[in-house]
Structure formats: structure tokens, C-alpha cells
Design a protein around this ligand. Structure first.
Ligand code: NI
Length: 185
């Protein structure tokens, strides 16, 4: 049976979603909170995880697959380790350290482009997990960076928005050129 509205079957087959790339205007939308975690949302989050794995990413926000809802998935397990997907519904940063740290970032919506972004080194956040239970987390290093990057997506912000205007326009030109050559999305 098909759920035509969302284009997905009710079989347990996962769907690889299409990842939007800059400068798609949908990446600039501010996502709305989710009412609660139900089976439909879990199925969507499963699809997000499959999509992230297929694209060899470590984090993905719903905004990036054209769904303006506050949902993030992540898996920071090293290659060769058991997959460890993490789910963050309605994530909210409740505290940021005054100390900053520079991370070299990339993004599935800005393919093959990387640059340094300075962000708070440690954060605290609250969110709902896969089962809808309220959680708080204290994060540093890659987890802190990735969470901030993904929550930015939910607010319509890309990592290139933290760069100089010159650097950002250079990256967007490279994406445009790659797209014309048929190398990306
Ligand atoms: Ni990203």
C-alpha cells in the first residue's frame, strides 16, 4: 500500500531522500517544532538516517531534505565501528561555553566544500529522543560542533553563512560550476 501524500510505501523498506544543495531557498527556511514523536516521525527519521549513511554524512537536518521541521539525525561512530544513530527532535541549546573552538566543517548541502568555523567549544542542549522522551546533553568536540551545525540548519543557516561574504560567494560559484558540469545534485 502506498502513502501517496508522502511518496513512501508502508513496507519496511527505507527511502533515500533527496538532499537539497545551496542555494536552494528551502535551505533558508526556519523549521517549525514537531508536536510529538509518533510512528510517522520515526519512519521519517529512519529514512533520514539511511539518506545520511548513503551520502556518507555524519549529520543531517530535516531542512536539508525539504521538510521544515525541527528534526536532526547524527552518527559520529568511526568507520568500522557499530553504527550509532542519534536522533534529536526539537533540539534547543540551553547553554554555550564562552570558550570558542574552530572546526573544519563540511555539509551535504554544500558538497565538497570545507572551511573553518568558530563556535562555542561546549554546549548543553535539550531535545526529545527517538521515543519522544525529554533528554539533556552536554557536548564538546565533534558532537558540540555537529549539533550546532545541524541546529543552524533548522534556523535556515548554513556553515558558509559564518564565513566572509567573499569566501561564501566563491563557494557558491564553485557549486554552481559543479552543478553545470553535472557533478552534483
Ligand atoms: Ni550541514
Amino acid at each position: 500500500m502506498l502513502d501517496l501524500g508522502r511518496g513512501r510505501s508502508y513496507l519496511t523498506v527505507m527511502t533515500i531522500l533527496t538532499i537539497l544543495t545551496a542555494p536552494d531557498p528551502r535551505l533558508k527556511l526556519k523549521a517549525a517544532p514537531v508536536d510529538g514523536v509518533d510512528d510517522d516521525l520515526r519512519r521519517f527519521m529512519d529514512d533520514m538516517v539511511e539518506t545520511m549513511y548513503a551520502a556518507k554524512g555524519i549529520g543531517l537536518a530535516a531542512t536539508q531534505v525539504g521538510v521544515a521541521r525541527r528534526v536532526v539525525v547524527m552518527d559520529l561512530a568511526d568507520k568500522g565501528e557499530t553504527p550509532a544513530p542519534q536522533y534529536f527532535v526539537n533540539p534547543e541549546i540551553t547553554w554555550s561555553s564562552p570558550e570558542m573552538e574552530v572546526f573544519n566543517e563540511g555539509c551535504l548541502s554544500v558538497p565538497d566544500q570545507y572551511d573553518d568555523v568558530e563556535r562555542p567549544a561546549r554546549i548543553r542542549a535539550r531535545y526529545l529522543n527517538y521515543h519522544g522522551a525529554e533528554q539533556t546533553i552536554e557536548a564538546d568536540e565533534l558532537l558540540a560542533d555537529c549539533l550546532q551545525h545541524e541546529i543552524d540548519h533548522l534556523n535556515g543557516v548554513l556553515f558558509i553563512d559564518h564565513l566572509s561574504r567573499l569566501r561564501r560567494s566563491m563557494i557558491l560559484k564553485k557549486l554552481e560550476k559543479a552543478r553545470r558540469l553535472g557533478q552534483t545534485g
